[in-house]
Structures are given as structure tokens and as C-alpha cells.
Ligand binder design. Structure first.
Ligand SMILES: NC(=O)c1ccc[n+]([C@@H]2O[C@H](COP(=O)([O-])OP(=O)(O)OC[C@H]3O[C@@H](n4cnc5c(N)ncnc54)[C@H](O)[C@@H]3O)[C@@H](O)[C@H]2O)c1
Length: 310
């Protein structure tokens, strides 16, 4: 059984991923600054093979101690999404880029890194994006992830880079800023969705599939080492309007199509997942099932947010 370090293990994806790795019998250490608290860990904190380090990825010596003799480093810790990065550019660069540099500096030749990157690195793409499509990120978030990818590729360390679709679905550290989660929440609690750029084509992946790609990568590392993979499934390419219409099957709400509003990442493209599919990975959760799941939980998960109407 392996020793696995998960940076960002208390986050939206990390808190779904951690129990999955524990369940396979591995020893897991979470390294996380716990910027959203430790509550996401409560569902599995009693597991005897789980260690928790509250630490900052920007702190090189803390990272070096944490990396230690772990066999695998699943590096997810980051300031995530363009609004969060725009809100504090210095923090975002030091966390996403310098933090990744710290991880690489702490790693030896025998250790293996799986890095969480994003489709936001592509920027505006005409047609279908595959892993050979030149990346040209439009936002600071995308640029920090591109810079981290470049550090990793130049590092000589064993690695796989995963460029995720937009994730959705439940997690112990819930995020309502992700498109599908946000739309379902708005439909339930505001009784309307304000939709702009409804024709934009986006690509999605359920949180449990975003977690499942990690054990899959560990088990298929010989085929995936040194490579970049788009992580998602062609069956989950939808326009924003298609998502909104699908939600109407489960929630009665008013769809307000607005002429104002724009996605700074300009994510309007289909993504090709054939490289990952050729190794055998398919998403297991489809949109219908997960909208029902989100309606069930978001109906009762009301949050206090003065910027929302509910
Ligand atoms: N959720 C998505 O749709 C999506 C899509 C593409 C890529 N990703 C990538 O997946 C990873 C996880 O994303 P997420 O959705 O779980 O986000 P999240 O914000 O829920 O999780 C990020 C975690 O990193 C931790 N963190 C932040 N700054 C830190 C620091 N300085 N030191 C240590 N820990 C720190 C936070 O406490 C949090 O637990 C990120 O690298 C993100 O870029 C996510």
C-alpha cells in the first residue's frame, strides 16, 4: 500500500477524493491551509490511516516536511477560479505557481505527482480542444495553472497533468459558484436563472468522477506518466442553455435570458477526451442523475449570502 499526500484535501474535490484513496487501503496525509475550515474532513477523520497537516503550500520548509517520503503527491491546493484569483492576484500567483514550485523542489526522483490543472488554460478555442491545442489562458487563474504546468513539465519529476472540465455535484466542502451547482441553487431559491452567453458550449464532470480519476491515474501511471489529459467525457459537453433547460425538468423556475454578462475565460468550445478514453476512463455520473441529486440537497442547504435573494 502506498503513502499518498493530498494537498488541498479539504477542498471541494479533495474531500471527495480523500475517502476514495483511504478506501483503497493507502495511507493518506492531507496538507491544507483549511481556508474553508476543517468540517469537510469530519465524515472520514476517524480513519486510522488518515493524517492531517494544517499548512501553507507557500511555506517551502513546511511543504518539504510534508512531502517527505510519500510515494504519491496529489497536488490540488490552489486559489480556484477566476473571481477568487482576481480578488487577490498576489495570493493566487504565490499559491498556485510558487506553491507548485515548492512541491517540485521537495520531490525526489522516485516520487510521483498528479497535478490538478484546468480547461481554463485553453482560453478561446475555435472548434474542439484536445491536449495538442495551444493553451492561451485569458484570466489570471488560467495563467497561474499554465505556469504551474510548465514548471512541472520542466522539472524532470514523474508526473501527470489533469485538465479538468467544470466540476459539479455534491461535496462535503460544497461550492455554489460552479455553473451547474449555481444554476440549480438559483432555480430553487431565487425561482429564476439569469442566463448570459447561453449558446456557449461548456464541458462538465461530476465531483465523484473528478475524484475517481486519481486512483485511475495511479493504477494506469505507466500509460499516463509525463502526459497531459483532458478529464471529462464527451457525453457531458452541453451549452449553458441546455443545462438550464434540463433543470426545468425538475424545478419550476423562470429562465431570464440576459443580453449582458460575459465569461472572462471565454469557455465556449467542445473538449476532446479521446486520449483519456483510450486508456479506459469514462465518467460514471450523467447530468440527469446529478441534477436530481443537487435538487435533493440544495433544496435543504440554504446559505446566508446577502448577495443572493434567498
Ligand atoms: N472544481 C472545478 O471545477 C475544477 C476545475 C478545474 C480544475 N480544478 C482544480 O482542482 C483543484 C481543487 O479544486 P476545488 O474545486 O476542490 O477547489 P477548493 O477551493 O474547494 O479547494 C482548494 C483547497 O486548497 C486549499 N488551499 C488554498 N490555498 C492554500 C494554501 N496556500 N496552502 C494550502 N492549502 C491551500 C484550500 O483550503 C482548499 O481546501 C484546484 O487545483 C483547481 O484548480 C477544479
Amino acid at each position: 500500500m502506498a503513502k499518498v499526500l493530498i494537498t488541498g484535501g479539504a477542498g471541494y474535490i479533495g474531500s471527495v477524493l480523500t475517502p476514495m484513496i483511504l478506501q483503497r487501503g493507502h495511507e493518506v496525509t492531507i496538507f491544507d491551509s483549511l481556508m474553508f475550515g476543517a468540517q469537510p474532513l469530519l465524515g472520514f477523520s476517524s480513519h486510522p490511516k488518515l493524517n492531517i497537516i494544517k499548512g501553507d503550500i507557500r511555506d517551502a520548509s513546511a511543504v518539504a516536511r510534508a512531502v517527505g517520503d510519500h510515494d504519491w503527491i496529489l497536488h490540488l491546493a490552489a486559489i480556484v477560479g477566476y473571481p477568487a484569483c482576481a480578488a487577490d492576484p498576489h495570493l493566487s500567483v504565490s499559491t498556485n505557481v510558487d506553491g507548485t514550485r515548492n512541491v517540485l523542489a521537495a520531490m525526489g526522483m522516485g516520487q510521483r505527482l498528479i497535478f490538478a490543472s484546468t480547461g481554463s488554460t485553453y482560453g478561446k478555442v475555435l472548434g474542439v480542444a484536445n491536449e495538442e491545442t495551444p493553451i492561451a489562458p485569458l484570466t489570471l487563474y488560467g495563467r497561474t495553472k499554465r505556469d504551474a504546468e510548465m514548471l512541472i513539465r520542466d522539472s524532470g519529476r514523474q508526473h501527470t497533468i489533469l485538465r479538468f472540465a467544470t466540476v459539479f455535484g455534491s461535496s462535503p466542502r460544497m461550492r455554489l459558484d460552479l455553473l451547474v451547482n449555481d444554476f440549480v441553487y438559483q432555480a430553487l431559491h431565487n425561482r429564476q436563472i439569469v442566463l448570459f452567453e447561453g449558446y456557449f458550449r461548456r464541458t462538465f464532470l461530476h465531483s465523484s468522477d473528478a475524484a475517481a480519476i486519481y486512483p485511475f491515474t495511479m493504477e494506469n501511471f505507466d500509460a499516463m506518466s509525463g502526459k497531459v489529459f483532458n478529464v471529462g467525457d464527451e457525453s457531458m459537453n452541453y451549452t449553458k442553455r441546455e443545462i438550464a433547460i434540463k433543470i426545468k425538468e425538475y424545478v419550476d423556475y423562470y429562465l431570464h435570458e440576459a443580453q449582458v454578462g460575459s465569461d472572462p475565460d471565454q469557455r465556449d468550445y467542445e473538449v476532446d477526451y479521446s486520449r483519456l478514453r483510450s486508456i479506459g476512463f469514462r465518467a460514471s455520473v450523467d447530468l440527469d442523475g446529478s441534477i436530481q441529486e443537487l435538487v435533493k440537497i440544495l433544496r435543504v442547504l440554504t446559505i446566508f449570502n446577502p448577495l443572493r435573494n434567498a
